[in-house]
Design a protein around this ligand. Structure first.
Ligand SMILES: Cc1cc2nc3c(=O)[nH]c(=O)nc-3n(C[C@H](O)[C@H](O)[C@H](O)COP(=O)(O)OP(=O)(O)OC[C@H]3O[C@@H](n4cnc5c(N)ncnc54)[C@H](O)[C@@H]3O)c2cc1C
Length: 282
């Protein structure tokens, strides 16, 4: 297997042009597991780790541009992310373990397109937009148009995910992320939920984004549930009212980690824990 290490964008486009069947490798924590298991046999790997253009967190005023090759550790330790994108920080904080977070990247988590990918619900709740570069042009699209199914994306040949663009939430939001796995650490999500909620002084919900992971072929963002909750009190009783809508929105499978029934139950309960966690009145 050829391992190719471009250090500039120009190098990258030349290498991709010369090796059209090469696979991209960022941290390798998903890709190399598949190579070792014999699930894929790449002839060439193009490693993205030396490309500074695809790495780092840039504050552009009302938006953050996070390089796709930014390792999770850099996200979880960033003061800018801490100040504005807590929901993403909370998701990254429980992804894998410190060595995994040092190697693995945000772009790798997105392009793997696992329904259980922990950063994805946070990015869906934040309405993240992806920036895809190829030699000749730049394409931008919302994350929910990029991921089309388990392991499936609309990434085109010769394209690289360069950056993830996220607008800073305007005003004061509750940022919530919680995952349920088979154990506390190093576990793949059985279900997870990212939530961004804005309440007024009486705990009435003014704005809410909810995104569940691991309970459908892709992340589930239910506008129906969000609309039903707007204008209601953020309370356990209030949240329970939308359980039938949540049940309709989810389509979990049964697998080695959990049954679909368990996933449905846990997903609804994760929403209740939002009110409990944030200390709202019941
Ligand atoms: C022990 C272990 C524990 C884990 N725990 C978790 C967990 O708790 N939660 C979780 O969500 N994940 C977990 N993972 C999965 C993995 O670590 C993450 O999905 C990680 O973010 C992948 O990033 P990477 O940079 O290593 O991706 P890679 O393995 O380098 O790449 C993954 C895929 O994305 C493509 N790709 C990567 N970067 C780009 C790019 N910039 N443009 C286009 N395509 C690209 C690659 O071609 C490949 O198909 C775990 C993995 C391991 C081995």
């Amino acid at each position: 297997m050829n391992v190719l290490l471009p250090s500039t964008a120009e190098d990258l486009w030349r290498i991709l042009g010369d090796n059209p069947d090469a696979l991209l490798c960022a941290g390798g924590t998903d890709l190399l597991v598949k190579v070792r298991a014999g699930m894929i046999r790449p002839v060439s790997l193009v490693c993205l780790e030396r490309l500074d253009d695809f790495r780092g967190i840039r504050d552009e005023g009302d938006t953050f541009s996070i390089g796709a090759c930014t390792p999770h550790t850099e996200i979880v330790t960033s003061s800018a992310i801490d100040a504005f994108l807590q929901v993403l920080k909370k998701a990254v904080h429980v992804l894998g373990s410190p060595p995994i977070r040092n190697m693995a990247t945000l772009g790798g988590n997105i392009c793997t397109a696992s329904p259980a990918g922990d950063t994805l619900p946070a990015l869906y709740a934040l309405d993240a937009e992806l920036e895809l570069w190829s030699r000749s042009h730049v394409r931008r699209l919302p994350i929910d148009q990029f991921i089309t199914g388990p392991g499936k994306t609309t990434l085109r040949k010769g394209e690289v995910l360069a950056a993830v663009r996220v607008r800073k939430p305007a005003g004061k939001f509750i940022h919530h992320f919680e995952k349920v796995g088979q154990r506390q650490a190093m576990s793949i999500s059985i279900a997870n939920l990212a939530a961004l909620v804005k309440v007024d002084q009486t705990d009435t919900i003014e704005n809410i984004s909810l995104a569940w992971g691991s309970v459908g072929p892709t992340i589930v963002r239910s506008r129906e549930v969000e609309t039903a909750l707007k204008g209601t009190k953020l309370s356990v009783e209030g949240l329970k009212q939308v359980f039938p809508l949540i049940d309709r929105a989810l389509s979990p499978i049964s697998d080695v980690r959990a049954s679909s029934t368990y996933r449905r139950r846990v997903s609804a309960n994760l929403l209740l824990r939002l009110a409990v966690h944030e200390g709202c009145r019941t």
